[in-house]
Design a protein around this ligand. Structure first.
Ligand SMILES: [Mg+2]
Length: 100
């Protein structure tokens, strides 16, 4: 709802879904860059450290919410269903998992 209000008041209109898909891909790339540079084997440059994980995760979420809003998906309900599906499917899946 907050995103939709922002779009109506400030953004004026949603980008078309295909454009938002491209923007989502771009944002996921930015998120990947932060993760690989800050949490992976690559060495972070100063400019990498100025972009933070929190900001890039929120950028991805923003575009996902835009896509849901403009296509009529109730993201809250969709997430509830996904959580239920994963709980039923995986309730015993990780019982013997050890993280190295
Ligand atoms: Mg970003």
């Amino acid at each position: 709802m907050q995103v939709d209000r922002w779009i109506q008041e400030i953004g004026k209109a949603y980008f078309p879904p295909l454009a938002n898909m491209a923007i989502l891909t771009e944002e996921v790339g930015e998120l990947a860059r932060v993760i690989v540079r800050c949490y992976g084997p690559q060495i972070a440059k100063k400019s990498d450290l100025e972009r933070n994980l929190e900001e890039e995760l929120a950028d991805v979420l923003w575009v996902v919410v835009c896509l849901a809003n403009q296509t009529g998906v109730d993201l809250t309900e969709a997430f509830r269903k996904t959580l239920q599906k994963k709980t039923e499917r995986d309730k015993n899946r990780f019982n013997n998992l050890t993280i190295q």
